[in-house]
Design a protein around this ligand. Structure first.
Ligand SMILES: NC(=O)c1ccc[n+]([C@@H]2O[C@H](COP(=O)([O-])OP(=O)(O)OC[C@H]3O[C@@H](n4cnc5c(N)ncnc54)[C@H](OP(=O)(O)O)[C@@H]3O)[C@@H](O)[C@H]2O)c1
Length: 332
């Protein structure tokens, strides 16, 4: 008999990961222009912890299911869908709803996967690499031979930033708080490593660049690291504002960009894909080709089951994860 009920993680009140509930809910029907995905795995993001706490830019109506990116197999398509069929293996940006056995998404947000790409890798790829690709290509206009400093380099977007900068021909300085995270950054191709818990960031950067400074900062951390990194830019350098995982949105004295002719560049991948859908598709085309060729490979540091979503989000939100964390969806 056709299954009509599925298990999903629901946020019924804004709060901590432990407030989430595993519930039985109706399987969603794809509307016109949508497809339904039988979810294989869902990427866990720092952003999920902000959304369930009501601390994200847009607050979602309750109840909702978190989970902004998934991989899986198409299970049904709505009216007007062409070019995709039931059984296709896909990755999807779902925005919400991914921590469930099934999710629907507009077909524009689906990417059909090449045969060699694993569904686990696909679930861990889209948001981290999509954000970083946009940051490097459209915002910083990163050039081969430039030096990039990646803060939080052992985290989800951080390791993507290390790998992608290497593919684009940059020299990469990875900075993180633990040796385990720095090991992962080294394995992802980082040229130099800085443990900013034990070493002074600015002194090490001065030594590593011979006093010249860095071209581009990739900053998903914020807090006190931001100003130290910004002060380490060379003339004309660019600082990519990705996020504030440290919990504090920093302020900068505006004489600093004046003195160095340097730029502060905001990055908001979710808004970019709405404002510039054609450029977004072109970015994904390039990224997924590199994934299929094996030039990029997400580092999956931890896997949890759907019922363990709270633990998974807690670990990511406290900065404990190395690389990406995914939920493997068991269809009981
Ligand atoms: N702008 C965009 O479009 C966009 C897209 C995706 C993600 N983001 C943002 O990027 C940031 C990172 O996301 P992610 O999913 O990669 O998270 P993640 O895997 O948890 O990485 C965040 C890193 O931040 C560092 N950190 C420092 N203080 C922390 C604290 N108090 N709690 C947690 N982490 C702390 C940690 O590195 P160390 O321990 O080495 O310091 C951690 O590895 C988030 O702020 C997220 O919202 C933005």
């Amino acid at each position: 008999m056709l299954k009509r009920i599925m298990r999903a993680i629901e946020c019924t009140k804004l709060g901590a990961p432990e407030d989430l509930e595993l519930r039985d809910v109706p399987i969603p029907e794809p509307m016109r222009g949508q497809a339904r995905i039988r979810v294989h795995a869902a990427g866990v993001n720092f952003t999920d912890s902000l959304r369930i706490a009501g601390r994200y830019q847009a607050v979602q109506e309750l109840p909702f299911t978190p989970g902004l990116e998934v991989s899986g197999t198409l299970d049904a398509v709505g009216e007007g869908v062409t070019g995709l069929s039931v059984g296709d293996r896909v990755a999807a940006f779902t925005d919400y709803g991914g921590f469930a056995e099934y999710v629907t998404a507009p077909v524009e947000s689906l990417i059909r996967l090449a045969d060699g790409v694993s569904l686990d890798d696909a679930a861990a790829f889209l948001s981290a690499f999509g954000t970083t690709h946009h940051a490097y290509r459209q915002r910083a206009r990163l050039r081969s031979g430039e030096t990039v400093l990646v803060l939080g380099a052992g985290g989800g977007v951080g390791l993507a930033a290390v790998q992608l900068a290497k593919v684009l021909g940059a020299h990469v300085i990875a900075a993180a708080s633990t040796d385990a995270k720095l090991d992962a950054a080294r394995m992802s191709g980082a040229d130099e490593l800085i443990n900013y818990r034990s070493d002074g960031l600015r002194d090490r950067l001065r030594t590593l660049t011979g006093g010249r400074g860095i071209d581009v900062v990739y900053d998903p951390v914020g807090g006190t690291l931001t100003e130290q990194a910004f002060r380490s830019l060379r003339w004309g350098g660019r600082h990519l504002v990705i996020g504030f995982a440290a919990g504090t949105i920093p302020s900068l004295p505006l004489n600093l960009p004046l003195l160095k002719g340097s730029s502060i560049l905001g990055v908001f991948w979710g808004a970019f894909m709405q404002h510039e859908p054609q450029q977004h598709r072109e970015n994904l085309h390039e990224l997924f080709a590199w994934l299929a060729e094996g030039r990029l490979r997400p580092h999956i540091g931890a896997r949890y089951r759907l019922a363990e979503a709270s633990r998974a989000i807690r670990s990511v939100s406290e900065g404990g994860a190395v690389g990406k964390t995914i939920l493997s969806i068991d269809h009981g």
